[in-house]
Design a protein around this ligand. Structure first.
Ligand code: FES
Length: 309
């Protein structure tokens, strides 16, 4: 669907906030806290961004976009080309990071631009009158986006790395002291997520996290064959291309959005062979089941992979 860029706001160094409004009608499709939309930047280039506004606001989608120095064109394109009034193509919202709305207490942990889904969760929990707390860590004050939305909230702790007088974020202690029935959410850079997953094991299904960028190298070595069970196609994955490149190049319809193994859009069923998983999306149990692969970033450990396509 189409949306118009209503306004663009500087939120912090290298971070812009965008308010989008529906091009037709007065409402966007409803979304739930933690959801994201995919934006189409040009043919074949989509990126996913968390919706950061209150889900009760159906006349606006708000996203925050950080200019990534390692950008493969996504955030750079947005920062350089998006203008107020411009019409852009966006997907309907999808939620891969849902909020457990009836939890007795929720702990929201954000690092850097990982604050965006937490803002929506915070707004939702506040609307519901639920108990929650937020811990937001940033490197420096000028890189702390959306700080003014958190000002005056007694249950928000902001850690600014280069301001030692601000409270330090101790993930291990925070998780260890989480009330027994609380749900704990984390979105931030790879290092933070790794620590969260390491310490969060005892939380079980009360641990929730979302990556916003990959921390592993994408598989681009090629040298294996894709056998498509349903169509009968046989596709060689060449050196330098991804499994997704090879599938799309052969005219196979596969979804995609982030190209980094974090959004789940390019999941493809595996029938035979062993993938070389490089994503952040599949759980260890799903990897062990050996029945799915994220085509944008993963490769093959066997000379051939049979996919249910
Ligand atoms: S496109 Fe997002 S996980 Fe592959």
């Amino acid at each position: 669907m189409q949306a118009r860029i209503r306004s663009i706001r500087w939120e912090a160094d290298h971070i812009l906030g965008f308010r989008l409004e529906p091009l037709r009608g007065s409402h966007f499709p409803a979304f739930t806290a933690g959801a994201h939309i995919d934006v189409t930047l040009q043919p074949g280039m989509k990126r996913s961004y968390s919706l950061l506004n209150n889900p009760s606001q159906q006349d606006v989608y708000e996203i925050g976009v950080q200019l990534d120095p390692e950008s493969r064109g996504g955030s750079q394109h947005i920062h350089e080309h998006w203008r107020t009034g411009q019409v852009i193509e966006v997907s309907e919202p999808r939620n891969l990071f849902p909020l457990k709305e009836d939890a007795r207490h929720s702990i929201l942990i954000a690092g850097g631009i990982g604050i965006t889904p937490m803002l929506s969760m915070m707004a939702r929990l506040e609307s519901l009158g639920r108990s929650w707390e937020m811990h937001y860590a940033v490197r420096s004050r000028n890189r702390a986006a959306f700080l003014e939305r958190l000002e005056g909230l007694h249950n928000v702790q902001v850690t600014i790395d280069d301001e030692p007088e601000t409270p330090r974020l101790d993930l291990k202690a925070l998780i260890a002291s989480a009330p027994a029935d609380s749900h704990v959410y984390c979105c931030g850079p790879a290092g933070m997520l790794t620590a969260f997953r390491e310490h969060g094991g005892p939380l079980g299904d009360r641990m929730h996290y979302e990556y916003f960028s990959a921390d592993t190298e994408l598989a681009r070595d090629g040298g294996y064959t894709l056998q498509l069970k349903r169509s009968g196609k046989v596709i060689e994955v060449a050196s330098g291309e991804s499994m997704l490149d090879a599938l799309l190049g052969a005219g196979v319809d596969v979804g995609f959005a982030c190209f980094e193994g974090v959004c789940g859009s390019c999941r493809v069923p595996v029938v035979d062979g062993v993938p070389d998983h490089r994503d952040q999306f599949l759980t260890q149990a799903e990897r062990d089941a050996n029945n799915a692969v994220m085509a944008c970033c993963s490769g093959a450990r066997t000379t051939s992979l049979t996919l249910d396509l």
